[in-house]
Design a protein around this ligand. Structure first.
Ligand code: C2E
Ligand code: CA
Ligand code: CA
Length: 224
């Protein structure tokens, strides 16, 4: 799914969203199969395949002249792999891609389960030049004192807040506050699930940096 810079209106990146077409079940939602893959351990080979496929795709786009970043969702199980940094490093080398074109989206749960351990892993990924962001921000449990120490450069406001920003004063306040807080900490902000021009107008007014959502484009096959 494309990510767009609010000020310029240009596509600046993409988020890799996994799709599974089952021969009998048809399209199975990642919301259904990712949890199963996580509990069975299958998420490790699947996650590695996603990283490899996404970086290869990005390399193709770069060669075609498009300068974009590629964001990949990372599960807790993947994040806790002992050799994560080496594995991702090898995938980047294989795709001949500079590390700062890859962004890993970590949920609050991934970051806040053993935050000290998470800081150590984030430091290593950061040293390798890989970008990190906090996904679904505001839906889980986040310690602000840890947020300060995480090597993230961006937070993503969850679509549950974005959905009602033009109708629910509470969601409007939460969104505006998250943007202000993130900017004060020197972080960029992206909003997901943007579906209406009114939502985009509000986010622009609040100086949100980037948006993604069906208003701009739903998730697409890479060719499209
Ligand atoms: P997420 O990371 O929060 O991704 C955003 C979800 O919102 C995606 O659902 C996306 O298709 C959907 N979306 C995008 N624009 C809009 C919009 O305007 N309105 C609405 N209502 N929804 C929108 P999707 O693709 O079904 O993925 C669901 C979740 O599955 C993701 O949530 C992510 O947590 C997980 N997921 C997807 N791909 C991967 C993957 O490769 N690895 C891992 N670990 N998790 C993945
Ligand atoms: Ca995500
Ligand atoms: Ca979300």
């Amino acid at each position: 799914q494309p990510k767009v810079d609010v000020r310029s209106g240009r596509m600046v990146g993409a988020e890799a969203l996994l799709r599974w077409k089952h021969p009998e079940l048809g399209q199975v939602s990642p919301a259904e199969f990712i949890p199963v893959a996580e509990s069975s351990g299958m998420i490790l080979p699947i996650g590695e395949w996603v990283l490899r496929t996404a970086t290869r795709q990005l390399q193709e786009w770069m060669q075609a002249g498009y300068g974009l970043t590629m964001a990949v969702n990372l599960s807790l199980v993947q994040f806790r792999q002992a050799d994560l940094v080496q594995r991702i490093g090898a995938i980047l080398d294989e795709a001949d891609l500079p590390a700062h074109y890859l962004e890993l989206e970590l949920t609050e749960g991934v970051a806040m389960t053993d935050p000290e351990g998470a800081i150590a892993i984030m430091d290593k990924l950061h040293q390798r030049g890989i970008l990190l962001s906090i996904d679904d921000f505001g839906t889980g449990y986040s310690s602000l004192s840890y947020l300060k120490r995480f090597k993230v450069y961006k937070v993503k406001i969850d679509q549950t807040f974005v959905r009602d920003i033009t109708t629910d004063p509470d969601d409007e306040a939460i969104t505006a506050t998250v943007i202000t807080m993130a900017h004060s900490l020197g972080l960029d902000v992206i909003a997901e699930g943007v579906e209406t021009p009114e939502q985009l107008d509000y986010l622009r007014e609040q100086k949100c940096d980037e948006v993604q959502g069906n208003l701009i484009s739903p998730p697409l096959d890479p060719e499209r």
